[in-house]
Design a protein around this ligand. Structure first.
Ligand code: GLN
Length: 319
C-alpha cells in the first residue's frame, strides 16, 4: 500500500471490523482457567503495512490497548527461531511439515514418528526443545523475548505469570504429548522434557496487544525486516518456510478450509488472538476470545473472509 492508498484501506478495514463484530458465536476457551476469565465481547484489530503505516481499532472501551497472551501464535516464532539456529534440514528431522488434520493437541505422530508440523502443540513443544537446549531457562526465555521485541518494532512484550501458572497446573495433555514424543525417541539428546515444557508454556504466556502483534505480522509480510525499525529480524528463507506452514497448518484442523476460502498465511491461538499476513502488503492482528469448534476466533475468521472479498489478496486471486 503506497501512502496515498492508506486512507481508503483503513476505512475499509474499519467497516470490515464492524461487520465482523456482529459475529457473536463461539465460546471462550475454558480448559486453561485463567483464559476463561477473558471478556467474551472484547474485539480489537491492529494493522501495520510494509512501509510502516499503522492502525488500531477497539470495539469497546479499552479493547484497543488490551493485553492478551499470544498462546499458539508463539508457534511460528519458535519455529522461525529454531530455523535460524539450526537450519531447515536439521529442524525438519525433528518435526514434519504436513497438516495433521486433527485437533491442535491430538496425541499423534507422523510416519517418521515426528510431530506433524510446528503449528500444533506437539510440534511447538519440539521446536521449543530445539531452542538452545543446553542454556538455562532464563537465558532461553530472554532470547525468545528479544526476538519478539525486535519483531514488534522494538516494543517489549510482557509475560503473563498468572496464565503461565494456571496453564502449568493444567498441562496434562501437553505433558502426555511430550512423553509420547520422548518414548518414540523424538527429542534431541540434549533436551530435557521438563525444561522444554517450561519454555513452551512460558512462550504461550508472552503478552502483547494488537498493535505490537500487527508489527510482528508485518515483519513476516515484509520478508523478515520490521517495517518500523527496518531491522532484519528473520532471514528471508526463514520467512518463506514460516509462511508456507502458516498457510497449510496455521489454523489447526480448519487450515485446509481457511487456505481455500481465505488463501492467506495466518495463525490463531486459544486466547482468541490471530495474526494474518498479506505478503508484501500488510500484517494484521486480531483479538476476540470467542472460539469456534476448531479453536479459532470466530470473528477473526469472519473478518478474514470479508477481507479477501474486499481485496484481491487470496494467494490465487491474481490468476
Ligand atoms: N498454551 C496452549 C496449549 O498448549 C496453546 C494452544 C493453542 O493456542 N491452541 O494448550
Amino acid at each position: 500500500l503506497v501512502t496515498g492508498e492508506f486512507g481508503p484501506f483503513r476505512q475499509r478495514v474499519y467497516d470490515l471490523f464492524h461487520y465482523a463484530s456482529q459475529e457473536t458465536g463461539g465460546q471462550v476457551a475454558a480448559y486453561i482457567p485463567e483464559l476463561a476469565k477473558a471478556d467474551p465481547d472484547a474485539f480489537a484489530l491492529g494493522g501495520c503495512t510494509i512501509d510502516g503505516q499503522r492502525l488500531s481499532i477497539g470495539l469497546n472501551e479499552g479493547d484497543e490497548t488490551r493485553e492478551f497472551c499470544v498462546q499458539s501464535v508463539m508457534k511460528p516464532i519458535n519455529y522461525a527461531i529454531a530455523l535460524e539456529l539450526l537450519g531447515e534440514e536439521v529442524v525438519h528431522t525433528y518435526v514434519g511439515r504436513e497438516p495433521s488434520g486433527q485437533s491442535f493437541n491430538e496425541i499423534t505422530l507422523d510416519r517418521l514418528r515426528r510431530p506433524h508440523n510446528p503449528m500444533i502443540n506437539a510440534g511447538a513443544i519440539m521446536t521449543s526443545a530445539l531452542i538452545r537446549p543446553t542454556h538455562d531457562m532464563n537465558s532461553r526465555f530472554d532470547f525468545v523475548q528479544r526476538v519478539w521485541r525486535s519483531a514488534s518494532g522494538g516494543e517489549a512484550s510482557s509475560f503473563d505469570r498468572a496464565t503461565f501458572e494456571s496453564e502449568s497446573h493444567h498441562a496434562d495433555r501437553n505433558y502426555a504429548l511430550a512423553y509420547f514424543m520422548r518414548e518414540h525417541g523424538g527429542f534431541p539428546e540434549e533436551a530435557d522434557l521438563f525444561t522444554t515444557m517450561e519454555l513452551y508454556l512460558r512462550c504461550c504466556s508472552i503478552q502483547t496487544d494488537v498493535r505490537r502483534l500487527a508489527a510482528v505480522a508485518a515483519t513476516l509480510a515484509n520478508g523478515g525486516v520490521n517495517p518500523v525499525t527496518e531491522r532484519q529480524v528473520f532471514q528471508r528463507e526463514t520467512v518463506k518456510d514460516v509462511l508456507s506452514l502458516m498457510l497449510s497448518c496455521g489454523m489447526y484442523d480448519f487450515s485446509g478450509e481457511y487456505a481455500f476460502t481465505v488463501g492467506l498465511p495466518a495463525k490463531s491461538g486459544v486466547s482468541g488472538t490471530m495474526m494474518i499476513v498479506v505478503p508484501g502488503v500488510v500484517g494484521l492482528a486480531l483479538y476476540s476470545p470467542r472460539l469456534g469448534a476448531q479453536g479459532n476466533p470466530e470473528r477473526g475468521v469472519e473478518f478474514s473472509r470479508q477481507l479477501v472479498r474486499s481485496f484481491p489478496w487470496h494467494v490465487y486471486a491474481p490468476i
